[in-house]
Ligand binder design. Structure first.
Ligand SMILES: Nc1nc2c(ncn2[C@@H]2O[C@H](COP(=O)(O)OP(=O)(O)O)[C@@H](O)[C@H]2O)c(=O)[nH]1
Ligand SMILES: [Mg+2]
Length: 307
């Protein structure tokens, strides 16, 4: 491992410590405590995975997969199951190589999600990362609902060292996007990242607002590569899964940013989202600092969680 990679990994391990404590102790007690792979063993394992927020469906799929492999490979020792389990989870979570294609294109990235999940913070962190990579980055303050939201994004833009397009509180979000798109084209911007308001996702007006934003982008900048990320708060567990489902009904979601995994999250929700919705978790947030956003790496994530 190189220095940066190592630094990231230890940060990930530290960030996920609460998540891990929720899972590891239970997992260890099962793999070491049982002498046979029997129904009781599977039942306890099932219980722990559900407690870790993997949800019933995902847990069911993982247990079935494990049972099949145990049989095929004639495994007798519970301890030997651990690697199989880890492998099975990793297989469910692979992020495709094209997941971050927007970084290499002229692109528009939209962050959507309910209030307080970490959209504005994630826009700032993402802008900082792209800027560090030498990408010409612009952010748009399309959460015009509260003045504080515009100020907050302005602070993040300063921190990240990128420019911001904003209007006054109460203005039309689609008008802000229009300004931002015009600016992005004129300035030869690589990536335009747009913050949005966290209205209730099941409300008709949010749907209308997203459609309007979409129309503006399609009309003004049809060749832009599009990325629409739903931001979810990892501490809300199964509720985050429900939000992802609802947003996927109103917008073409290309990925998830799962935040606050440094909190009391039970990171298993990342596994559930991926497996139940087929939407890749592309980034995870593990703190409030500008560096605390990482690309999701299934192997690192599962290792940080289980080892
Ligand atoms: N611990 C922690 N806090 C976060 C993370 N991401 C965002 N927050 C905090 O969550 C709160 C809400 O974030 P904000 O970006 O304003 O959410 P928004 O309403 O969706 O724009 C702020 O206090 C952020 O500092 C994270 O990954 N970890
Ligand atoms: Mg916000």
């Amino acid at each position: 491992m190189g220095e940066t990679k190592k630094g990231f990994f230890s940060k990930l391990v530290a960030g996920l410590s609460k998540t891990r404590n929720n899972i590891v102790a239970g997992i260890e007690s099962i793999f070491n405590g049982f002498s046979n792979i029997d129904d009781e063993f599977y039942e306890e394992l099932e219980e722990i995975l559900i407690m870790a927020d993997l949800g019933i469906n995902t847990t069911g799929a993982i247990i079935e997969d494990l049972k099949r492999k145990v049989k095929e490979q004639k495994i007798k020792e519970p301890k030997e199951c651990k690697d199989l389990l880890i492998q099975s989870i990793m297989d469910q979570m692979k992020v495709s190589e094209t997941a971050y294609e927007f970084e290499n294109r002229k692109s528009i990235v939209l962050l959507i999600g309910v209030n307080g999940v970490g959209k504005t913070t994630s826009v700032g962190k993402l802008a900082g990362q792209l800027k560090d990579k030498g990408k010409k980055t612009l952010v748009a303050a399309a959460d015009t609902f509260r003045a504080a939201a515009i100020e907050q994004l302005t602070e993040w833009a300063n921190r990240a060292g990128v420019e911001i397009i904003a209007q006054q509180e109460g203005s039309d979000p689609a008008a802000v996007i229009y300004d931002a798109v015009v600016a992005a084209k004129a300035r030869n911007t690589d990536v335009l990242i747009c913050d949005t308001a966290g209205r209730l996702h099941n409300k008709k007006n949010l749907m209308e607002e997203l459609k309007k934003i979409d129309r503006v982008i399609t009309r003004e900048y049809p060749e832009a590569y599009r990325e629409t990320l739903v931001v979810l708060d990892g501490t809300t567990g199964q509720n985050a899964l429900a939000q992802a489902k609802q947003f996927s009904e109103v917008a073409e979601i290309t990925g998830i940013i799962l935040t606050k995994l440094d909190g009391t999250a039970k990171g298993g929700i990342a596994i559930a989202i991926q497996s139940e919705l087929g939407i890749p978790v592309k980034y995870i947030g593990i703190g409030e600092h500008i560096d605390d956003l990482q690309k999701f790496n299934a192997e690192d994530f599962v290792n940080a969680l289980f080892n």
